[in-house]
Write a protein that binds this ligand. Structure first.
Ligand SMILES: C[S@@+](CC[C@H](N)C(=O)[O-])C[C@H]1O[C@@H](n2cnc3c(N)ncnc32)[C@H](O)[C@@H]1O
Length: 382
């Protein structure tokens, strides 16, 4: 969860009046604060990896040098649940590898220094896919710089020689903030600008509008205002993927959209109880306002959001505590519990109830790109 500054600030900012991560930034602009949250995300990921919660050979290369910090056990467990849950949803969307399988596409909003694309590309079992990452230019530039200096990341992209060199399958923009390759694209973009494009396809070069596509917002849309977040989602549901693909009969069961489209969100919830109020005020002390948090304050509100924003074929959600209890096997729970002492069970449960993963999808009658999600157990109550 808290690579996520949110949890860190909640736990570590309590009683200290100041949160983590921004102590050296003097009076940062609002966007700079939001951009800086990626640092917290990568540090938390590396903490969980170094302690054995997650197996991720790319976490070190994508965390700023010298910033490794051991997180609290409850934060590490949260990072573990959030990462493995999204991994599972992604794996089920991509499905098992098989020859001649239709290519699928993933678009990660506010991807920051996320390692998922490298883990997927290096896995032999993963079927063919295209992966797009979107973030502010300052963060895409840092990521591309990290790729350029890490041979293990370059190997995953199929390059042995420097990025952009002659014959390289990877090209980088002159400004160093955009990257294009056959399976992986990095787009420097402020998400809030997307809905203003008169030609949506030109806004994100390389995106294929006919492919079954999964959008991921891992602690990203929550930083936008509710109306901005809604417009960004509509940019994809109605703009970029709004037209029925040529030759498609996907409308046969009354589906009016274009390509099959899904969305996974990872966000805090329940800001209105005592714990939620502390969470909100600790974040405010760091200049962080989670703008959609009050609008989508419960699991039910999240499901309604999906239904209203074009994901009419299925909507589901679970908080991190429910997912830990119900999705993680007993054997895996035992392994994780043995990694480090976690005494604060009450605190863990409280914290884990304040973060959720929600997902929803629209399919096409003859494609059923999201069939793998249908039998997943979610929380029924809000
Ligand atoms: C908490 S970090 C999460 C990073 C990554 N998704 C992860 O979970 O590791 C939030 C990310 O969203 C990005 N972000 C927030 N608002 C954005 C916007 N309007 N446009 C582009 N990126 C944005 C930030 O720059 C940051 O990289």
């Amino acid at each position: 969860m808290a690579s996520i500054p949110n949890l860190n600030s909640l736990r570590q900012g309590r009683g200290r009046g100041r949160g983590l991560g921004f102590g050296n930034v003097s009076r940062p602009g609002k966007d700079q604060v939001v951009q800086g949250t990626d640092n917290d995300a990568s540090v938390s990921r590396l903490s969980a990896v170094e302690l054995g919660y997650l197996d991720d050979p790319y976490a070190t290369a994508l965390t700023p040098p010298g910033s490794a910090t051991r997180r609290l056990p409850i934060i590490n467990r949260g990072t573990y649940v959030r990462t493995t849950t999204i991994d599972q949803l992604v794996t089920r969307f991509l499905g098992p590898w098989s020859p001649n399988k239709q290519r699928k596409q993933i678009i990660s909003l506010g991807a920051g220094s996320d390692t998922r694309v490298f883990r997927l590309l290096s896995s032999r079992q993963t079927p063919d896919f295209i992966y797009h990452e979107l973030d502010f230019a300052v963060n895409t530039t840092a990521k591309i710089r990290a790729i350029r200096s890490a041979p293990e990341l370059q190997r995953v992209l199929g390059i042995d020689s420097p990025v952009s060199g002659e014959g390289s399958p990877v090209t980088v923009s002159e400004a160093g903030d955009a990257l294009q390759s056959p399976s992986y694209h990095v787009h420097p973009v402020d998400l809030r600008s997307l809905p203003t494009h008169s030609n949506p396809a030109a806004a994100l070069p390389g995106v294929e509008t006919g492919l079954p596509t999964l959008l991921i917002s891992e602690c990203c849309l929550v930083y936008l205002s509710p109306i901005e977040a809604q417009k960004v989602v509509s940019f994809f549901t109605e703009g970029l993927f709004g037209q029925i693909a040529p030759g498609s009969d996907g409308d046969a069961l009354g589906h009016t959209g274009g390509a099959p489209l899904g969305l996974i969100l990872y966000e805090p919830i329940r800001p209105n109880d005592a714990f939620g109020e502390v969470m909100v005020s600790n974040l405010a002390a760091r200049g962080i306002q989670l703008q959609t948090l009050h609008k989508y304050a419960s699991l039910e509100a999240q499901r309604t959001r999906f239904r209203e924003q074009g994901f009419g074929d299925g909507q589901a959600a679970g908080d991190i505590e429910f997912i830990w209890k119900n999705w993680v096997t007993e054997e895996e729970k035992g392994r994780v519990a043995g990694l480090e002492m976690l005494d604060e069970m009450e605190e863990w449960e409280l914290l884990a109830r304040h973060y959720c993963i929600a997902w929803g999808w629209r399919d096409q009658a003859h494609i059923s790109a999201f069939a793998g999600w249908k039998d997943l157990e979610a929380q029924k109550g809000g």
